[in-house]
Design a protein around this ligand. Structure first.
Ligand SMILES: Cc1ncc(COP(=O)(O)O)c(C=O)c1O
Length: 256
C-alpha cells in the first residue's frame, strides 16, 4: 500500500449542488476525541491519534447509517410529494447511493474543521458509501478504507458510488487484508484490535466493521504504511453486532 503524503483533495469540490435538503435525524457534529493511551500503545505520540465518534450519531444506537439516511429520507419525501404518496422508495444495500454518500461528505468536512491536521482517516468499508463520502471531502489520499468483505470488490464499490455521484475517481486506498475467512468471521487481528481499544480507551468496537477498521489502523501504523501523525479513526458504530456474535474476550492480558 502506498505511503500517505500531504496532498489536498482540491479536485474534489467541497460543496454539493442541488436543492435537496437532508432531513435532520442525528445529533451533529459528532465529537472528535483524542486517543492518547491507544496512541502510546501503538508507538505514536499521544496527540497524533483521534477518533471521530460516529457511534454517537444519536438515533437508534448511532452509527454511520444515520448520515446516509438523512439524504435518503429527503429523497423519499420528495418522491412521495411528487406522486400520490404510495410509491415505495427503495433504500439501497448498506444505505449507500450516489445521493446518500453526501452524508459522509459532511462528516469529512466536520473532520477537517475539528482536526485540520488529519492526514490519514481510517474507516471500515462495507457497501462503500462511508468511504466514498469521506473521499469527496478529504480527497482519495487521506482516506484509508478497511474492507469488511461485505462485497467482492470494495474498491470497485467505492469507485462506482463516486462515479455515479459525478465525483472524480482516483486511486483509492483500500486494505482488504482483514477479511480473514469471510465477512461474518472474527479474525485474530480484529479481536486484538477490539481488546486494545477497549483496554486503552474504553472504546467499544464491533467484530465486523469498526473492529476490522481498527485492525487495519493498527497494522498500518505498525507496518509504517501511514505516517505516524494526524491519524483519525472513524468509529462507524455497529455495536448491536456485538450481541449477535459468538464473541468472547480472550483471557486477561495486559495491554501493550
Ligand atoms: C457499523 C458499520 N460500520 C461500517 C459500515 C460500512 O459502511 P459502508 O456500507 O458505507 O461501507 C457498516 C455497514 O453496514 C456498518 O454497519
Amino acid at each position: 500500500m502506498a505511503r500517505a503524503t500531504r496532498k489536498s483533495g482540491s479536485r474534489y469540490s467541497s460543496c454539493v449542488t442541488d436543492s435537496l435538503t437532508p432531513v435532520p435525524l442525528g445529533t451533529w457534529p459528532t465529537p472528535m476525541e483524542p486517543m492518547p493511551r491507544l496512541a502510546r500503545a501503538l508507538g505514536l505520540r499521544p496527540q497524533e491519534l483521534w477518533i471521530k465518534r460516529d457511534d454517537l450519531t444519536g438515533l437508534a444506537g448511532g452509527g454511520n447509517k444515520i448520515r446516509k439516511l438523512e439524504w435518503t429520507v429527503a429523497a423519499a419525501l420528495a418522491d412521495a410529494l411528487r406522486s400520490d404518496g404510495r410509491k415505495p422508495y427503495l433504500i439501497p444495500f448498506g444505505g449507500s447511493s450516489a445521493l446518500s454518500i453526501r452524508g459522509y461528505h459532511t462528516a469529512g468536512l466536520e473532520i477537517l474543521a475539528q482536526q485540520p491536521e488529519a492526514l490519514t482517516v481510517v474507516t471500515a468499508v462495507g457497501s462503500g458509501g462511508t468511504m466514498a463520502g469521506l473521499v469527496t471531502a478529504l480527497g482519495p489520499h487521506r482516506v484509508l478504507g478497511v474492507s469488511a468483505g461485505a462485497v467482492t470488490d470494495a474498491r470497485a464499490a467505492v469507485a462506482t458510488l463516486l462515479r455515479d455521484g459525478g465525483w472524480p475517481v482516483n486511486e483509492l486506498r483500500v486494505d482488504d487484508r482483514h477479511i480473514g475467512a469471510g465477512y461474518a468471521t472474527l479474525t485474530d487481528a480484529t479481536r486484538h484490535a477490539i481488546e486494545l481499544a477497549a483496554r486503552t480507551e474504553g472504546i467499544i468496537l464491533d467484530p465486523i466493521y469498526s473492529g476490522r477498521a481498527m485492525a487495519g489502523l493498527v497494522a498500518a501504523v505498525r507496518g509504517g504504511e501511514i505516517l505516524p501523525v494526524g491519524v483519525v479513526f472513524v468509529h462507524t458504530g455497529g455495536l448491536p453486532g456485538l450481541f449477535g456474535h459468538g464473541w468472547s474476550p480472550s483471557p486477561s492480558r495486559s495491554p501493550e
